[in-house]
Design a protein around this ligand. Structure first.
Ligand code: PLP
Length: 370
Protein backbone atom coordinates (compact mmCIF):
# COMPACT_ATOMS: atom_id res chain seq x y z
CA UNK A 1 0.00 0.00 0.00
CA UNK A 2 1.29 3.43 -0.84
CA UNK A 3 1.81 5.63 2.26
CA UNK A 4 0.20 9.03 2.93
CA UNK A 5 2.02 11.95 1.35
CA UNK A 6 2.99 14.56 3.92
CA UNK A 7 4.72 17.48 2.17
CA UNK A 8 7.93 18.65 3.88
CA UNK A 9 7.77 22.13 5.44
CA UNK A 10 8.93 24.74 2.98
CA UNK A 11 9.34 28.49 2.86
CA UNK A 12 8.60 29.36 -0.77
CA UNK A 13 10.85 32.27 -1.78
CA UNK A 14 11.30 31.31 -5.42
CA UNK A 15 9.71 32.60 -8.63
CA UNK A 16 6.36 30.98 -7.73
CA UNK A 17 4.38 29.32 -6.33
CA UNK A 18 4.32 31.57 -3.27
CA UNK A 19 3.10 30.79 0.27
CA UNK A 20 -0.66 30.34 0.57
CA UNK A 21 -2.76 31.77 3.43
CA UNK A 22 -4.54 29.15 5.62
CA UNK A 23 -7.90 30.70 4.67
CA UNK A 24 -7.19 29.86 1.01
CA UNK A 25 -6.21 26.28 1.89
CA UNK A 26 -9.43 25.99 3.87
CA UNK A 27 -11.46 27.22 0.90
CA UNK A 28 -9.93 24.43 -1.20
CA UNK A 29 -11.29 21.87 1.23
CA UNK A 30 -14.92 23.11 1.09
CA UNK A 31 -17.50 20.65 -0.27
CA UNK A 32 -18.00 20.66 -4.03
CA UNK A 33 -20.99 22.19 -5.76
CA UNK A 34 -22.13 21.41 -9.27
CA UNK A 35 -20.57 23.79 -11.76
CA UNK A 36 -23.99 25.12 -12.78
CA UNK A 37 -25.40 25.24 -9.23
CA UNK A 38 -26.74 28.77 -8.59
CA UNK A 39 -24.61 28.95 -5.43
CA UNK A 40 -21.46 28.24 -7.49
CA UNK A 41 -22.50 30.71 -10.20
CA UNK A 42 -22.63 33.28 -7.38
CA UNK A 43 -19.00 32.42 -6.51
CA UNK A 44 -18.02 32.98 -10.16
CA UNK A 45 -19.71 36.39 -10.10
CA UNK A 46 -17.79 37.28 -6.91
CA UNK A 47 -14.51 36.24 -8.56
CA UNK A 48 -15.29 38.45 -11.56
CA UNK A 49 -15.98 41.47 -9.30
CA UNK A 50 -12.78 40.90 -7.35
CA UNK A 51 -10.70 40.40 -10.50
CA UNK A 52 -12.00 43.69 -11.94
CA UNK A 53 -10.84 45.30 -8.69
CA UNK A 54 -7.26 43.91 -8.89
CA UNK A 55 -6.98 44.60 -12.63
CA UNK A 56 -8.46 48.11 -12.04
CA UNK A 57 -10.83 47.63 -14.93
CA UNK A 58 -14.51 47.93 -15.78
CA UNK A 59 -14.18 45.30 -18.56
CA UNK A 60 -17.28 43.08 -18.43
CA UNK A 61 -15.13 40.25 -19.86
CA UNK A 62 -13.00 39.50 -16.82
CA UNK A 63 -12.70 35.82 -15.91
CA UNK A 64 -10.41 33.10 -14.59
CA UNK A 65 -9.24 30.79 -17.41
CA UNK A 66 -9.03 27.13 -16.36
CA UNK A 67 -5.30 26.46 -16.56
CA UNK A 68 -2.05 27.99 -15.36
CA UNK A 69 -0.52 31.28 -16.51
CA UNK A 70 0.52 29.66 -19.80
CA UNK A 71 -3.17 28.99 -20.52
CA UNK A 72 -3.75 32.73 -20.01
CA UNK A 73 -0.90 33.43 -22.44
CA UNK A 74 -2.28 31.01 -25.05
CA UNK A 75 -5.82 32.36 -24.55
CA UNK A 76 -4.59 35.93 -25.15
CA UNK A 77 -2.69 35.02 -28.30
CA UNK A 78 -4.96 32.41 -29.96
CA UNK A 79 -7.94 34.73 -29.61
CA UNK A 80 -6.22 37.84 -30.96
CA UNK A 81 -3.75 36.62 -33.60
CA UNK A 82 -4.85 35.24 -36.96
CA UNK A 83 -2.59 33.76 -39.65
CA UNK A 84 -0.65 36.52 -41.36
CA UNK A 85 -1.09 39.11 -38.57
CA UNK A 86 2.00 41.14 -37.72
CA UNK A 87 2.59 41.31 -33.96
CA UNK A 88 5.30 43.35 -32.20
CA UNK A 89 6.67 41.47 -29.20
CA UNK A 90 9.24 42.48 -26.60
CA UNK A 91 11.85 39.77 -26.16
CA UNK A 92 14.07 40.33 -23.12
CA UNK A 93 13.66 37.07 -21.22
CA UNK A 94 12.10 33.61 -21.18
CA UNK A 95 8.49 34.74 -21.28
CA UNK A 96 8.83 37.26 -24.11
CA UNK A 97 10.62 34.50 -26.05
CA UNK A 98 7.76 32.08 -25.31
CA UNK A 99 5.19 34.66 -26.44
CA UNK A 100 6.98 35.05 -29.80
CA UNK A 101 6.80 31.25 -30.23
CA UNK A 102 3.07 31.17 -29.44
CA UNK A 103 2.44 34.04 -31.90
CA UNK A 104 4.26 32.10 -34.63
CA UNK A 105 2.38 28.89 -33.83
CA UNK A 106 -0.83 30.86 -34.50
CA UNK A 107 0.52 31.76 -37.95
CA UNK A 108 1.32 35.32 -36.85
CA UNK A 109 4.45 37.19 -37.94
CA UNK A 110 6.36 37.99 -34.74
CA UNK A 111 8.30 41.24 -35.00
CA UNK A 112 10.77 40.65 -32.17
CA UNK A 113 12.15 43.65 -30.30
CA UNK A 114 15.22 41.97 -28.82
CA UNK A 115 17.30 43.59 -26.12
CA UNK A 116 19.68 42.16 -23.52
CA UNK A 117 18.04 40.21 -20.68
CA UNK A 118 17.64 42.36 -17.56
CA UNK A 119 16.83 45.50 -19.55
CA UNK A 120 13.39 46.77 -20.63
CA UNK A 121 12.05 47.59 -24.08
CA UNK A 122 12.39 51.36 -24.69
CA UNK A 123 9.14 53.10 -25.74
CA UNK A 124 10.94 54.62 -28.76
CA UNK A 125 11.81 51.12 -29.99
CA UNK A 126 8.12 50.15 -29.88
CA UNK A 127 7.13 53.40 -31.59
CA UNK A 128 9.63 52.95 -34.39
CA UNK A 129 8.54 49.29 -34.92
CA UNK A 130 4.93 50.48 -35.20
CA UNK A 131 5.92 53.20 -37.67
CA UNK A 132 8.10 50.94 -39.83
CA UNK A 133 6.10 47.71 -39.93
CA UNK A 134 2.87 48.54 -41.75
CA UNK A 135 -0.38 47.39 -40.11
CA UNK A 136 0.34 45.73 -36.77
CA UNK A 137 -2.39 43.71 -35.03
CA UNK A 138 -0.96 43.94 -31.51
CA UNK A 139 1.94 44.90 -29.30
CA UNK A 140 2.74 42.23 -26.70
CA UNK A 141 4.80 42.99 -23.58
CA UNK A 142 5.70 41.15 -20.38
CA UNK A 143 5.06 43.54 -17.48
CA UNK A 144 7.14 41.58 -14.94
CA UNK A 145 9.77 39.38 -16.64
CA UNK A 146 10.19 36.64 -14.04
CA UNK A 147 13.37 35.31 -15.64
CA UNK A 148 15.27 38.60 -15.16
CA UNK A 149 13.47 40.63 -12.47
CA UNK A 150 12.86 43.53 -14.89
CA UNK A 151 9.73 45.69 -14.75
CA UNK A 152 8.55 46.85 -18.19
CA UNK A 153 7.23 50.45 -18.10
CA UNK A 154 3.77 50.59 -19.68
CA UNK A 155 2.97 54.32 -19.45
CA UNK A 156 2.17 55.85 -22.88
CA UNK A 157 2.23 52.50 -24.69
CA UNK A 158 -1.57 52.13 -24.68
CA UNK A 159 -2.07 55.46 -26.44
CA UNK A 160 0.78 54.69 -28.85
CA UNK A 161 -0.99 51.44 -29.77
CA UNK A 162 -4.28 53.29 -30.30
CA UNK A 163 -2.56 55.82 -32.57
CA UNK A 164 -1.44 52.87 -34.73
CA UNK A 165 -4.70 50.93 -34.45
CA UNK A 166 -2.90 48.09 -32.64
CA UNK A 167 -4.09 46.21 -29.55
CA UNK A 168 -1.96 46.12 -26.39
CA UNK A 169 -1.56 42.67 -24.82
CA UNK A 170 0.21 42.45 -21.44
CA UNK A 171 1.51 39.47 -19.46
CA UNK A 172 0.87 40.36 -15.79
CA UNK A 173 1.53 36.86 -14.45
CA UNK A 174 4.04 38.02 -11.86
CA UNK A 175 2.96 41.64 -11.44
CA UNK A 176 -0.74 41.34 -10.56
CA UNK A 177 -1.31 41.93 -6.84
CA UNK A 178 2.28 43.12 -6.21
CA UNK A 179 2.53 46.31 -8.28
CA UNK A 180 -0.31 48.29 -9.87
CA UNK A 181 -1.69 46.78 -13.09
CA UNK A 182 -4.02 49.61 -14.09
CA UNK A 183 -5.63 47.99 -17.10
CA UNK A 184 -8.09 50.76 -17.99
CA UNK A 185 -5.83 53.72 -17.21
CA UNK A 186 -2.95 52.21 -19.22
CA UNK A 187 -5.19 51.28 -22.16
CA UNK A 188 -4.36 47.57 -21.98
CA UNK A 189 -6.67 45.54 -24.22
CA UNK A 190 -5.83 42.02 -23.10
CA UNK A 191 -4.19 41.25 -19.77
CA UNK A 192 -3.61 37.84 -18.23
CA UNK A 193 -2.08 36.63 -14.99
CA UNK A 194 -1.73 33.51 -12.83
CA UNK A 195 -2.87 32.63 -9.35
CA UNK A 196 0.36 31.34 -7.80
CA UNK A 197 2.45 34.51 -7.71
CA UNK A 198 1.38 37.74 -5.93
CA UNK A 199 -2.22 36.52 -5.50
CA UNK A 200 -0.87 33.68 -3.31
CA UNK A 201 -3.27 30.98 -4.42
CA UNK A 202 -2.18 27.56 -5.72
CA UNK A 203 -1.39 27.35 -9.46
CA UNK A 204 -4.26 26.37 -11.75
CA UNK A 205 -6.14 29.47 -12.90
CA UNK A 206 -5.24 32.37 -15.17
CA UNK A 207 -7.12 35.63 -14.53
CA UNK A 208 -7.85 37.29 -17.88
CA UNK A 209 -9.49 40.56 -18.85
CA UNK A 210 -10.36 41.68 -22.38
CA UNK A 211 -11.43 45.21 -23.39
CA UNK A 212 -14.58 45.85 -25.45
CA UNK A 213 -12.25 47.06 -28.26
CA UNK A 214 -10.43 43.70 -28.33
CA UNK A 215 -13.72 41.78 -28.13
CA UNK A 216 -14.92 43.59 -31.27
CA UNK A 217 -11.65 42.65 -32.97
CA UNK A 218 -12.40 38.98 -32.14
CA UNK A 219 -15.89 39.32 -33.64
CA UNK A 220 -14.35 40.57 -36.91
CA UNK A 221 -11.99 37.57 -37.28
CA UNK A 222 -11.80 35.82 -40.66
CA UNK A 223 -10.95 32.41 -39.18
CA UNK A 224 -12.34 30.48 -36.19
CA UNK A 225 -10.12 30.45 -33.09
CA UNK A 226 -7.68 27.55 -33.56
CA UNK A 227 -8.26 26.35 -29.97
CA UNK A 228 -11.69 25.09 -28.94
CA UNK A 229 -10.89 24.94 -25.21
CA UNK A 230 -9.45 28.46 -25.13
CA UNK A 231 -11.93 30.04 -27.55
CA UNK A 232 -12.97 33.02 -25.41
CA UNK A 233 -16.12 33.64 -27.47
CA UNK A 234 -17.34 30.20 -26.27
CA UNK A 235 -15.96 30.51 -22.72
CA UNK A 236 -17.69 33.93 -22.42
CA UNK A 237 -21.05 32.17 -22.67
CA UNK A 238 -20.21 30.25 -19.49
CA UNK A 239 -19.03 33.30 -17.51
CA UNK A 240 -21.74 35.73 -18.74
CA UNK A 241 -24.38 36.13 -16.02
CA UNK A 242 -27.20 36.11 -18.60
CA UNK A 243 -26.30 32.77 -20.23
CA UNK A 244 -24.11 30.53 -18.00
CA UNK A 245 -24.07 27.93 -20.77
CA UNK A 246 -21.96 24.81 -20.20
CA UNK A 247 -18.59 24.92 -21.94
CA UNK A 248 -16.28 22.85 -19.73
CA UNK A 249 -16.43 21.79 -16.09
CA UNK A 250 -14.95 24.62 -14.06
CA UNK A 251 -12.22 23.70 -11.52
CA UNK A 252 -14.66 24.37 -8.67
CA UNK A 253 -12.25 24.15 -5.72
CA UNK A 254 -9.69 26.40 -7.39
CA UNK A 255 -12.36 29.03 -7.96
CA UNK A 256 -13.31 28.88 -4.26
CA UNK A 257 -9.61 29.34 -3.47
CA UNK A 258 -9.19 32.27 -5.83
CA UNK A 259 -12.24 33.99 -4.34
CA UNK A 260 -10.65 33.73 -0.89
CA UNK A 261 -7.20 34.85 -2.08
CA UNK A 262 -8.76 37.89 -3.77
CA UNK A 263 -10.77 38.68 -0.65
CA UNK A 264 -7.45 38.80 1.24
CA UNK A 265 -6.11 41.26 -1.36
CA UNK A 266 -9.24 43.38 -0.96
CA UNK A 267 -8.95 43.33 2.85
CA UNK A 268 -5.32 44.46 2.75
CA UNK A 269 -6.00 47.07 0.04
CA UNK A 270 -3.91 47.43 -3.11
CA UNK A 271 -1.85 50.49 -2.02
CA UNK A 272 -0.86 48.77 1.26
CA UNK A 273 -0.03 45.56 -0.58
CA UNK A 274 2.12 47.38 -3.13
CA UNK A 275 3.92 49.28 -0.33
CA UNK A 276 4.57 46.00 1.55
CA UNK A 277 6.11 44.39 -1.55
CA UNK A 278 8.32 47.45 -2.13
CA UNK A 279 9.52 47.75 1.46
CA UNK A 280 10.45 44.08 1.85
CA UNK A 281 12.24 43.99 -1.49
CA UNK A 282 14.30 47.05 -0.54
CA UNK A 283 15.41 45.27 2.64
CA UNK A 284 16.23 42.11 0.68
CA UNK A 285 18.25 43.95 -1.98
CA UNK A 286 20.22 45.89 0.67
CA UNK A 287 21.09 42.63 2.48
CA UNK A 288 22.04 40.80 -0.72
CA UNK A 289 24.28 43.65 -1.88
CA UNK A 290 26.16 43.47 1.45
CA UNK A 291 26.91 39.84 0.52
CA UNK A 292 28.03 40.81 -3.03
CA UNK A 293 24.92 39.57 -4.84
CA UNK A 294 24.14 42.38 -7.30
CA UNK A 295 20.72 43.05 -8.87
CA UNK A 296 20.64 42.37 -12.63
CA UNK A 297 18.21 45.10 -13.80
CA UNK A 298 19.06 48.78 -13.25
CA UNK A 299 17.54 50.28 -10.06
CA UNK A 300 14.73 52.09 -11.90
CA UNK A 301 13.46 48.87 -13.53
CA UNK A 302 13.63 46.38 -10.65
CA UNK A 303 10.61 44.34 -9.66
CA UNK A 304 9.74 44.29 -5.96
CA UNK A 305 8.32 40.74 -6.00
CA UNK A 306 11.17 39.06 -7.87
CA UNK A 307 14.77 39.96 -7.21
CA UNK A 308 17.23 38.62 -9.75
CA UNK A 309 20.86 38.89 -8.65
CA UNK A 310 24.20 37.99 -10.16
CA UNK A 311 26.40 35.83 -7.92
CA UNK A 312 29.67 36.62 -6.17
CA UNK A 313 32.67 34.87 -7.78
CA UNK A 314 33.62 31.31 -6.81
CA UNK A 315 30.41 30.13 -5.20
CA UNK A 316 28.79 26.81 -6.03
CA UNK A 317 25.35 28.27 -6.55
CA UNK A 318 23.51 24.96 -7.11
CA UNK A 319 25.06 23.44 -3.96
CA UNK A 320 24.05 26.43 -1.83
CA UNK A 321 20.50 26.39 -3.16
CA UNK A 322 20.32 22.67 -2.44
CA UNK A 323 21.53 23.22 1.12
CA UNK A 324 19.09 26.08 1.67
CA UNK A 325 16.33 23.64 0.76
CA UNK A 326 17.65 20.64 2.69
CA UNK A 327 18.76 22.42 5.86
CA UNK A 328 16.37 25.37 6.09
CA UNK A 329 13.45 24.14 3.97
CA UNK A 330 13.87 27.34 2.00
CA UNK A 331 13.26 27.47 -1.77
CA UNK A 332 14.74 30.09 -4.10
CA UNK A 333 15.09 29.93 -7.89
CA UNK A 334 18.13 29.57 -10.14
CA UNK A 335 18.61 31.22 -13.52
CA UNK A 336 16.77 30.18 -16.70
CA UNK A 337 18.13 29.88 -20.26
CA UNK A 338 21.32 31.90 -20.76
CA UNK A 339 21.20 33.00 -17.09
CA UNK A 340 21.36 29.39 -15.80
CA UNK A 341 24.15 29.14 -13.22
CA UNK A 342 24.69 32.91 -13.37
CA UNK A 343 21.86 34.36 -11.26
CA UNK A 344 19.48 33.62 -8.43
CA UNK A 345 15.84 34.61 -8.40
CA UNK A 346 14.37 35.33 -4.99
CA UNK A 347 10.63 35.81 -4.86
CA UNK A 348 8.81 37.85 -2.22
CA UNK A 349 5.36 37.37 -3.68
CA UNK A 350 2.04 37.85 -1.89
CA UNK A 351 2.07 35.94 1.43
CA UNK A 352 5.81 35.29 1.00
CA UNK A 353 6.60 39.01 1.19
CA UNK A 354 7.24 39.52 4.91
CA UNK A 355 10.04 41.12 6.91
CA UNK A 356 10.49 37.85 8.83
CA UNK A 357 11.06 35.93 5.57
CA UNK A 358 13.65 38.46 4.39
CA UNK A 359 15.57 38.10 7.66
CA UNK A 360 15.25 34.30 7.69
CA UNK A 361 16.62 34.07 4.16
CA UNK A 362 19.50 36.53 4.69
CA UNK A 363 20.53 34.85 7.95
CA UNK A 364 20.47 31.40 6.36
CA UNK A 365 22.45 32.62 3.35
CA UNK A 366 25.05 34.33 5.52
CA UNK A 367 25.56 31.11 7.46
CA UNK A 368 25.97 29.10 4.26
CA UNK A 369 28.59 31.52 2.96
CA UNK A 370 30.79 31.57 6.08
N1 PLP B 1 4.49 34.52 -17.89
C1 PLP B 1 5.33 34.84 -16.88
C2 PLP B 1 5.88 36.22 -16.80
C3 PLP B 1 5.68 33.88 -15.92
O1 PLP B 1 6.50 34.19 -14.92
C4 PLP B 1 5.14 32.56 -16.03
C5 PLP B 1 5.51 31.53 -15.06
O2 PLP B 1 6.37 31.68 -14.25
C6 PLP B 1 4.27 32.29 -17.09
C7 PLP B 1 3.97 33.29 -18.00
C8 PLP B 1 3.68 30.92 -17.25
O3 PLP B 1 2.85 30.63 -16.17
P1 PLP B 1 2.60 29.12 -15.66
O4 PLP B 1 3.92 28.56 -15.27
O5 PLP B 1 1.66 29.34 -14.50
O6 PLP B 1 1.97 28.39 -16.78
Amino acid sequence: MMRDFVPPQRLLLGPGPSMVHPRVLQALAAPLLGHLDPAFLGVMTDVQHLLRFVFATANPFTIAVSGTGSAGMEAAIVNMVEPGDAVVVGVNGVFGTRLATVIERCGGKAIRLEIPWGQVIPTEMIESALRRSGPVKAVVLVHAETSTGACQPLEAIGSLCRDHNALLIVDAVTSLGGIPVDVDRLGIDVCYSATQKCLSCPPGLAPLTISPRALSAIKGHRTPCQSWYLDMALVAEYWAEESRAYHHTAPISMIYALREALRLVEEEGLPARVARHRLNSEALVAGLMELEFLPLPPAEHRLPMLTCVTLPPHIDEAAIRRQLLQIYGLEIGGGLGPLKGKVWRIGLMGESSTEANVLTFLNALEEMLI
